[in-house]
Design a protein around this ligand. Sequence first.
Ligand code: NAP
Ligand code: MG
Length: 401
Amino acid sequence: MSKITMNKPIVEMDGDEMTRILWGMIKDELLTPYVDLNTEYFDLGLKHRNETDDQVTKDAAERTKELGVAVKCATITPNAARVKEYDLKEMWKSPNGTIRSILDGTVFRTPILVKGIEPCVRNWEKPITLARHAYGDVYKNVEIKVPGKGKGYLVFEGEDGTVCKELIHDFKGAGILQGIHNTDASITSFAHSCFKYALDMKKDLWFSAKDTISKKYDHNFKDIFADIFESEYKQKFDEAGITYFYTLIDDAVARIMKSSGGMIWACKNYDGDVMSDMVSSAFGSLAMMTSVLVSPLGVYEYEAAHGTVQRHYYKHLKGEETSTNSVATIFAWTGALRKSGEMTGNKELVEFADRLEAATIKTIESGRMTKDLALITSMSAPQVMNSEGFIKEIRKTLEAV
Ligand code: NAP
Ligand code: MG
Protein backbone atom coordinates (compact mmCIF):
# COMPACT_ATOMS: atom_id res chain seq x y z
CA MET A 1 0.00 0.00 0.00
CA SER A 2 1.42 3.38 -0.91
CA LYS A 3 1.64 6.04 1.74
CA ILE A 4 -0.65 9.04 1.81
CA THR A 5 1.20 12.17 0.78
CA MET A 6 0.79 15.67 2.15
CA ASN A 7 1.54 18.49 -0.25
CA LYS A 8 1.60 21.15 2.46
CA PRO A 9 3.45 20.83 5.75
CA ILE A 10 1.97 21.29 9.21
CA VAL A 11 3.87 22.48 12.27
CA GLU A 12 4.90 19.73 14.70
CA MET A 13 5.81 20.80 18.23
CA ASP A 14 7.45 18.09 20.30
CA GLY A 15 7.28 18.25 24.08
CA ASP A 16 8.32 16.73 27.37
CA GLU A 17 8.42 13.66 29.60
CA MET A 18 5.93 10.81 29.14
CA THR A 19 4.01 12.54 26.39
CA ARG A 20 7.26 12.93 24.45
CA ILE A 21 7.74 9.16 24.72
CA LEU A 22 4.16 8.58 23.52
CA TRP A 23 4.73 11.09 20.69
CA GLY A 24 7.50 8.95 19.23
CA MET A 25 5.51 5.72 19.61
CA ILE A 26 2.42 7.23 17.96
CA LYS A 27 4.47 8.43 15.01
CA ASP A 28 6.29 5.12 14.60
CA GLU A 29 3.30 2.83 14.98
CA LEU A 30 0.27 4.79 13.82
CA LEU A 31 1.39 7.54 11.48
CA THR A 32 4.58 7.03 9.47
CA PRO A 33 3.63 3.52 8.25
CA TYR A 34 0.59 5.08 6.52
CA VAL A 35 1.34 8.73 5.90
CA ASP A 36 4.36 10.39 4.37
CA LEU A 37 4.33 12.91 7.21
CA ASN A 38 5.11 16.39 6.01
CA THR A 39 5.83 18.39 9.14
CA GLU A 40 8.10 21.23 10.14
CA TYR A 41 9.53 20.02 13.41
CA PHE A 42 10.07 22.31 16.40
CA ASP A 43 11.49 20.83 19.57
CA LEU A 44 9.65 22.47 22.45
CA GLY A 45 11.18 20.06 24.94
CA LEU A 46 12.31 22.12 27.95
CA LYS A 47 15.99 21.46 27.32
CA HIS A 48 15.79 22.91 23.84
CA ARG A 49 13.59 25.82 24.91
CA ASN A 50 16.29 26.67 27.42
CA GLU A 51 19.06 26.37 24.82
CA THR A 52 17.23 28.72 22.47
CA ASP A 53 16.13 31.17 25.20
CA ASP A 54 12.59 30.04 24.35
CA GLN A 55 12.94 31.39 20.80
CA VAL A 56 11.86 27.98 19.48
CA THR A 57 8.38 28.44 20.99
CA LYS A 58 7.94 31.81 19.33
CA ASP A 59 9.26 30.49 16.01
CA ALA A 60 6.85 27.56 16.15
CA ALA A 61 3.91 29.86 16.81
CA GLU A 62 4.90 32.26 14.03
CA ARG A 63 5.26 29.38 11.59
CA THR A 64 1.84 28.07 12.66
CA LYS A 65 0.38 31.42 11.65
CA GLU A 66 1.82 30.92 8.17
CA LEU A 67 1.00 27.24 7.68
CA GLY A 68 -2.42 27.31 9.37
CA VAL A 69 -2.22 23.99 11.25
CA ALA A 70 -0.09 22.70 14.13
CA VAL A 71 0.01 19.69 16.42
CA LYS A 72 1.60 20.04 19.83
CA CYS A 73 2.83 17.61 22.46
CA ALA A 74 2.34 18.49 26.14
CA THR A 75 5.16 20.60 27.56
CA ILE A 76 6.47 21.46 30.99
CA THR A 77 5.57 24.89 32.33
CA PRO A 78 8.61 25.61 34.48
CA ASN A 79 8.29 26.30 38.19
CA ALA A 80 11.07 26.61 40.78
CA ALA A 81 11.54 22.83 40.94
CA ARG A 82 11.91 22.59 37.16
CA VAL A 83 14.45 25.43 37.10
CA LYS A 84 16.61 23.28 39.34
CA GLU A 85 15.84 19.97 37.65
CA TYR A 86 16.73 21.28 34.17
CA ASP A 87 19.28 23.87 35.29
CA LEU A 88 17.32 26.57 33.45
CA LYS A 89 18.69 30.00 32.63
CA GLU A 90 15.35 31.41 33.73
CA MET A 91 11.81 30.35 34.53
CA TRP A 92 10.52 30.33 30.94
CA LYS A 93 6.87 31.19 30.43
CA SER A 94 4.19 28.62 29.72
CA PRO A 95 4.57 27.61 26.04
CA ASN A 96 0.80 27.48 25.68
CA GLY A 97 0.56 31.03 26.98
CA THR A 98 3.25 32.19 24.55
CA ILE A 99 1.60 30.44 21.60
CA ARG A 100 -1.83 31.74 22.56
CA SER A 101 -0.63 35.29 22.79
CA ILE A 102 0.96 35.08 19.33
CA LEU A 103 -2.04 33.39 17.70
CA ASP A 104 -4.59 35.34 19.77
CA GLY A 105 -6.82 32.30 19.91
CA THR A 106 -9.46 30.57 21.97
CA VAL A 107 -9.06 27.06 23.37
CA PHE A 108 -11.84 24.55 22.70
CA ARG A 109 -11.85 21.40 24.82
CA THR A 110 -13.88 18.36 23.83
CA PRO A 111 -14.14 14.95 25.53
CA ILE A 112 -13.74 11.78 23.46
CA LEU A 113 -16.70 9.51 24.14
CA VAL A 114 -16.45 5.73 24.11
CA LYS A 115 -18.96 3.06 25.12
CA GLY A 116 -18.02 1.65 28.48
CA ILE A 117 -16.80 4.97 29.89
CA GLU A 118 -20.08 6.63 30.75
CA PRO A 119 -20.37 10.29 31.72
CA CYS A 120 -21.62 10.92 35.26
CA VAL A 121 -24.53 12.86 33.79
CA ARG A 122 -26.68 10.11 32.29
CA ASN A 123 -28.36 12.23 29.64
CA TRP A 124 -25.08 13.51 28.13
CA GLU A 125 -24.95 11.43 24.97
CA LYS A 126 -22.83 13.75 22.88
CA PRO A 127 -19.66 15.59 23.86
CA ILE A 128 -19.92 19.13 25.19
CA THR A 129 -17.16 21.41 23.90
CA LEU A 130 -16.12 24.17 26.23
CA ALA A 131 -14.65 27.44 24.94
CA ARG A 132 -13.10 29.67 27.55
CA HIS A 133 -12.30 33.33 26.93
CA ALA A 134 -8.69 33.47 28.04
CA TYR A 135 -8.22 37.17 28.68
CA GLY A 136 -9.05 39.60 31.43
CA ASP A 137 -11.80 39.81 34.04
CA VAL A 138 -10.77 38.55 37.45
CA TYR A 139 -7.53 37.06 36.02
CA LYS A 140 -6.21 40.57 35.44
CA ASN A 141 -7.77 42.19 38.48
CA VAL A 142 -6.55 44.93 40.75
CA GLU A 143 -7.56 44.64 44.38
CA ILE A 144 -7.55 46.77 47.46
CA LYS A 145 -8.05 45.64 51.02
CA VAL A 146 -10.00 48.56 52.40
CA PRO A 147 -8.68 49.37 55.87
CA GLY A 148 -11.67 51.33 57.16
CA LYS A 149 -14.11 54.16 56.63
CA GLY A 150 -13.92 55.89 53.24
CA LYS A 151 -15.13 55.96 49.63
CA GLY A 152 -14.08 53.58 46.87
CA TYR A 153 -14.29 54.86 43.27
CA LEU A 154 -13.99 53.50 39.76
CA VAL A 155 -12.16 56.09 37.65
CA PHE A 156 -11.31 56.27 33.95
CA GLU A 157 -9.09 59.05 32.62
CA GLY A 158 -9.33 59.36 28.84
CA GLU A 159 -6.30 60.42 26.82
CA ASP A 160 -8.39 63.37 25.65
CA GLY A 161 -8.95 64.50 29.20
CA THR A 162 -12.44 63.12 29.77
CA VAL A 163 -12.92 61.60 33.18
CA CYS A 164 -15.57 59.06 34.19
CA LYS A 165 -15.96 58.42 37.88
CA GLU A 166 -18.38 56.12 39.69
CA LEU A 167 -18.73 55.65 43.39
CA ILE A 168 -18.39 51.95 44.13
CA HIS A 169 -19.12 52.06 47.81
CA ASP A 170 -19.18 54.36 50.77
CA PHE A 171 -17.44 52.19 53.34
CA LYS A 172 -18.49 52.47 56.96
CA GLY A 173 -15.73 50.10 57.97
CA ALA A 174 -13.11 47.69 56.57
CA GLY A 175 -13.85 45.79 53.38
CA ILE A 176 -12.53 44.86 49.94
CA LEU A 177 -12.45 46.37 46.45
CA GLN A 178 -11.72 44.84 43.07
CA GLY A 179 -11.23 46.37 39.63
CA ILE A 180 -11.47 44.22 36.50
CA HIS A 181 -11.41 44.95 32.80
CA ASN A 182 -11.72 43.53 29.33
CA THR A 183 -11.26 44.96 25.85
CA ASP A 184 -13.52 45.04 22.81
CA ALA A 185 -10.62 43.73 20.74
CA SER A 186 -10.23 40.62 22.87
CA ILE A 187 -13.97 39.93 23.07
CA THR A 188 -14.21 40.36 19.30
CA SER A 189 -11.42 37.83 18.71
CA PHE A 190 -13.10 35.44 21.10
CA ALA A 191 -16.42 35.79 19.27
CA HIS A 192 -14.84 35.19 15.85
CA SER A 193 -13.00 32.09 17.08
CA CYS A 194 -16.26 30.71 18.52
CA PHE A 195 -18.35 31.37 15.43
CA LYS A 196 -15.64 29.98 13.14
CA TYR A 197 -15.21 26.83 15.20
CA ALA A 198 -18.98 26.24 15.45
CA LEU A 199 -19.25 26.43 11.66
CA ASP A 200 -16.27 24.19 11.32
CA MET A 201 -17.67 21.53 13.64
CA LYS A 202 -21.27 22.09 12.52
CA LYS A 203 -22.36 22.37 16.13
CA ASP A 204 -24.70 24.79 17.87
CA LEU A 205 -22.97 27.57 19.78
CA TRP A 206 -24.13 28.73 23.20
CA PHE A 207 -22.75 31.76 24.94
CA SER A 208 -23.57 32.70 28.51
CA ALA A 209 -22.92 35.69 30.75
CA LYS A 210 -24.78 37.67 33.39
CA ASP A 211 -25.99 40.76 31.55
CA THR A 212 -29.08 41.19 33.75
CA ILE A 213 -26.83 42.01 36.71
CA SER A 214 -23.78 43.36 34.88
CA LYS A 215 -25.61 45.78 32.62
CA LYS A 216 -22.51 47.33 31.03
CA TYR A 217 -19.72 44.80 31.46
CA ASP A 218 -21.40 41.51 30.63
CA HIS A 219 -23.85 43.30 28.37
CA ASN A 220 -20.90 44.40 26.26
CA PHE A 221 -19.94 40.74 25.72
CA LYS A 222 -23.50 39.92 24.72
CA ASP A 223 -23.73 42.86 22.32
CA ILE A 224 -20.40 42.20 20.61
CA PHE A 225 -21.34 38.56 20.06
CA ALA A 226 -24.78 39.55 18.74
CA ASP A 227 -23.43 42.22 16.37
CA ILE A 228 -20.75 39.97 14.90
CA PHE A 229 -23.21 37.12 14.54
CA GLU A 230 -25.82 39.23 12.74
CA SER A 231 -23.38 40.90 10.38
CA GLU A 232 -21.00 38.06 9.55
CA TYR A 233 -22.23 34.63 10.53
CA LYS A 234 -26.02 34.41 10.65
CA GLN A 235 -26.43 33.37 7.06
CA LYS A 236 -23.60 30.83 7.26
CA PHE A 237 -25.14 29.34 10.41
CA ASP A 238 -28.52 29.06 8.65
CA GLU A 239 -26.89 27.33 5.72
CA ALA A 240 -25.05 24.93 8.02
CA GLY A 241 -28.24 24.23 9.97
CA ILE A 242 -26.78 25.32 13.30
CA THR A 243 -27.87 27.97 15.78
CA TYR A 244 -26.34 30.61 18.00
CA PHE A 245 -27.98 30.98 21.39
CA TYR A 246 -27.25 33.47 24.14
CA THR A 247 -28.54 32.88 27.65
CA LEU A 248 -27.75 33.77 31.25
CA ILE A 249 -25.01 31.68 32.85
CA ASP A 250 -27.31 30.18 35.49
CA ASP A 251 -29.88 29.30 32.84
CA ALA A 252 -27.12 27.78 30.71
CA VAL A 253 -25.93 25.60 33.60
CA ALA A 254 -29.46 24.35 34.23
CA ARG A 255 -30.08 23.61 30.56
CA ILE A 256 -26.70 21.92 30.02
CA MET A 257 -27.36 19.54 32.89
CA LYS A 258 -30.66 18.50 31.30
CA SER A 259 -29.38 18.38 27.72
CA SER A 260 -28.05 15.49 25.66
CA GLY A 261 -24.90 17.52 24.89
CA GLY A 262 -23.45 18.14 21.46
CA MET A 263 -23.08 21.91 21.70
CA ILE A 264 -20.14 24.28 21.97
CA TRP A 265 -20.47 26.31 25.15
CA ALA A 266 -18.59 29.60 25.15
CA CYS A 267 -17.89 31.03 28.59
CA LYS A 268 -16.31 34.10 30.04
CA ASN A 269 -12.91 33.57 31.63
CA TYR A 270 -13.96 32.63 35.17
CA ASP A 271 -17.06 30.68 34.11
CA GLY A 272 -14.91 28.77 31.63
CA ASP A 273 -12.31 27.95 34.26
CA VAL A 274 -14.94 26.47 36.57
CA MET A 275 -17.20 24.87 33.99
CA SER A 276 -14.42 23.21 32.01
CA ASP A 277 -13.30 21.28 35.08
CA MET A 278 -16.88 20.29 35.82
CA VAL A 279 -17.63 19.17 32.27
CA SER A 280 -14.33 17.34 31.80
CA SER A 281 -14.46 15.44 35.07
CA ALA A 282 -18.10 14.51 34.50
CA PHE A 283 -17.13 13.01 31.13
CA GLY A 284 -14.53 10.74 32.71
CA SER A 285 -10.85 11.38 32.25
CA LEU A 286 -8.44 14.17 31.41
CA ALA A 287 -6.63 11.65 29.25
CA MET A 288 -9.71 11.57 27.00
CA MET A 289 -9.94 15.30 26.46
CA THR A 290 -8.75 17.03 23.31
CA SER A 291 -7.92 20.66 23.00
CA VAL A 292 -7.65 22.94 20.00
CA LEU A 293 -6.57 26.55 19.88
CA VAL A 294 -8.47 28.40 17.15
CA SER A 295 -7.33 31.87 16.15
CA PRO A 296 -9.81 34.49 14.92
CA LEU A 297 -8.10 34.23 11.52
CA GLY A 298 -8.77 30.50 11.35
CA VAL A 299 -5.41 29.02 12.41
CA TYR A 300 -5.62 25.73 14.33
CA GLU A 301 -3.30 24.21 16.93
CA TYR A 302 -4.22 20.76 18.28
CA GLU A 303 -3.09 19.10 21.50
CA ALA A 304 -4.12 16.87 24.38
CA ALA A 305 -5.67 18.68 27.35
CA HIS A 306 -3.51 16.86 29.91
CA GLY A 307 0.07 17.56 30.90
CA THR A 308 3.30 15.64 30.46
CA VAL A 309 2.30 12.92 32.95
CA GLN A 310 5.47 13.40 34.97
CA ARG A 311 4.79 10.63 37.50
CA HIS A 312 4.61 8.01 34.75
CA TYR A 313 7.76 9.39 33.13
CA TYR A 314 9.80 8.88 36.29
CA LYS A 315 8.58 5.29 36.42
CA HIS A 316 9.53 4.91 32.77
CA LEU A 317 13.02 6.27 33.52
CA LYS A 318 13.44 3.67 36.25
CA GLY A 319 12.62 1.00 33.70
CA GLU A 320 9.23 0.28 35.21
CA GLU A 321 6.22 -0.45 33.04
CA THR A 322 3.77 2.39 32.46
CA SER A 323 0.19 2.41 31.30
CA THR A 324 -0.21 5.94 30.01
CA ASN A 325 -3.24 6.79 27.92
CA SER A 326 -2.27 8.07 24.46
CA VAL A 327 -5.80 8.72 23.17
CA ALA A 328 -5.86 12.51 23.51
CA THR A 329 -2.43 12.78 21.89
CA ILE A 330 -3.52 10.51 19.02
CA PHE A 331 -6.60 12.71 18.56
CA ALA A 332 -4.41 15.80 18.51
CA TRP A 333 -2.64 14.27 15.51
CA THR A 334 -5.85 13.17 13.79
CA GLY A 335 -7.36 16.61 14.37
CA ALA A 336 -4.38 18.31 12.76
CA LEU A 337 -4.16 15.85 9.86
CA ARG A 338 -7.89 16.12 9.17
CA LYS A 339 -7.77 19.91 9.24
CA SER A 340 -4.75 19.91 6.95
CA GLY A 341 -6.56 17.49 4.62
CA GLU A 342 -9.62 19.74 4.56
CA MET A 343 -7.56 22.85 3.87
CA THR A 344 -5.61 21.25 1.03
CA GLY A 345 -8.41 19.12 -0.44
CA ASN A 346 -6.62 15.92 0.55
CA LYS A 347 -9.50 13.46 0.92
CA GLU A 348 -7.25 10.49 1.66
CA LEU A 349 -5.71 12.28 4.62
CA VAL A 350 -9.14 13.19 6.03
CA GLU A 351 -10.24 9.57 5.67
CA PHE A 352 -7.10 8.34 7.37
CA ALA A 353 -7.74 10.62 10.34
CA ASP A 354 -11.29 9.28 10.59
CA ARG A 355 -10.09 5.67 10.40
CA LEU A 356 -7.41 6.13 13.05
CA GLU A 357 -9.91 7.72 15.44
CA ALA A 358 -12.41 4.94 14.79
CA ALA A 359 -9.72 2.28 15.38
CA THR A 360 -8.72 3.95 18.66
CA ILE A 361 -12.29 3.99 19.93
CA LYS A 362 -12.95 0.46 18.70
CA THR A 363 -9.88 -0.82 20.55
CA ILE A 364 -11.17 0.57 23.84
CA GLU A 365 -14.71 -0.60 23.18
CA SER A 366 -13.38 -4.10 22.59
CA GLY A 367 -12.02 -4.04 26.15
CA ARG A 368 -8.35 -3.18 25.53
CA MET A 369 -7.37 0.01 27.35
CA THR A 370 -4.88 1.72 29.63
CA LYS A 371 -5.12 1.55 33.40
CA ASP A 372 -6.77 4.95 33.91
CA LEU A 373 -9.74 3.82 31.82
CA ALA A 374 -9.81 0.28 33.23
CA LEU A 375 -10.36 1.86 36.65
CA ILE A 376 -13.51 3.70 35.56
CA THR A 377 -15.01 1.51 32.85
CA SER A 378 -18.37 -0.17 33.21
CA MET A 379 -17.04 -3.13 31.19
CA SER A 380 -16.73 -6.27 33.24
CA ALA A 381 -13.26 -7.55 32.36
CA PRO A 382 -11.11 -4.89 30.72
CA GLN A 383 -7.67 -5.90 29.49
CA VAL A 384 -5.11 -3.47 30.90
CA MET A 385 -2.41 -2.59 28.38
CA ASN A 386 0.90 -0.87 28.91
CA SER A 387 1.67 2.39 27.08
CA GLU A 388 3.23 0.77 24.05
CA GLY A 389 0.97 -2.28 24.03
CA PHE A 390 -2.12 -0.13 23.76
CA ILE A 391 -0.74 1.76 20.76
CA LYS A 392 0.17 -1.56 19.10
CA GLU A 393 -3.37 -2.84 19.69
CA ILE A 394 -4.72 0.24 17.94
CA ARG A 395 -2.47 -0.54 15.00
CA LYS A 396 -3.87 -4.07 14.86
CA THR A 397 -7.41 -2.70 14.86
CA LEU A 398 -6.48 -0.20 12.16
CA GLU A 399 -5.01 -2.91 9.96
CA ALA A 400 -7.94 -5.25 10.49
CA VAL A 401 -10.47 -2.90 8.87
P1 NAP B 1 -0.69 15.79 34.11
O1 NAP B 1 0.51 15.58 33.30
O2 NAP B 1 -1.94 16.09 33.35
O3 NAP B 1 -0.92 14.51 35.02
C1 NAP B 1 -1.61 14.49 36.24
C2 NAP B 1 -2.08 13.08 36.56
O4 NAP B 1 -3.24 12.80 35.78
C3 NAP B 1 -1.09 12.00 36.21
O5 NAP B 1 -0.16 11.80 37.21
C4 NAP B 1 -2.01 10.83 35.96
O6 NAP B 1 -2.51 10.28 37.18
C5 NAP B 1 -3.18 11.49 35.28
N1 NAP B 1 -3.02 11.56 33.81
C6 NAP B 1 -2.91 12.67 33.05
N2 NAP B 1 -2.79 12.35 31.76
C7 NAP B 1 -2.81 11.01 31.70
C8 NAP B 1 -2.69 10.07 30.65
N3 NAP B 1 -2.54 10.48 29.38
N4 NAP B 1 -2.75 8.76 30.94
C9 NAP B 1 -2.90 8.34 32.20
N5 NAP B 1 -3.01 9.17 33.26
C10 NAP B 1 -2.96 10.49 33.00
O7 NAP B 1 -0.49 16.99 35.13
P2 NAP B 1 0.73 17.32 36.12
O8 NAP B 1 1.37 16.09 36.60
O9 NAP B 1 0.13 18.26 37.07
O10 NAP B 1 1.75 18.12 35.24
C11 NAP B 1 2.91 17.57 34.67
C12 NAP B 1 3.55 18.62 33.78
O11 NAP B 1 2.68 18.91 32.70
C13 NAP B 1 3.82 19.93 34.48
O12 NAP B 1 5.18 20.30 34.30
C14 NAP B 1 2.90 20.93 33.81
O13 NAP B 1 3.52 22.16 33.64
C15 NAP B 1 2.65 20.30 32.47
N6 NAP B 1 1.34 20.61 31.86
C16 NAP B 1 1.34 20.87 30.52
C17 NAP B 1 0.17 21.10 29.84
C18 NAP B 1 0.22 21.35 28.37
O14 NAP B 1 1.27 21.34 27.77
N7 NAP B 1 -0.90 21.58 27.74
C19 NAP B 1 -1.05 21.04 30.53
C20 NAP B 1 -1.03 20.75 31.90
C21 NAP B 1 0.17 20.53 32.54
P3 NAP B 1 -1.81 9.09 37.99
O15 NAP B 1 -0.44 9.57 38.33
O16 NAP B 1 -2.72 8.94 39.16
O17 NAP B 1 -1.78 7.89 37.12
MG1 MG C 1 -8.89 25.68 36.38
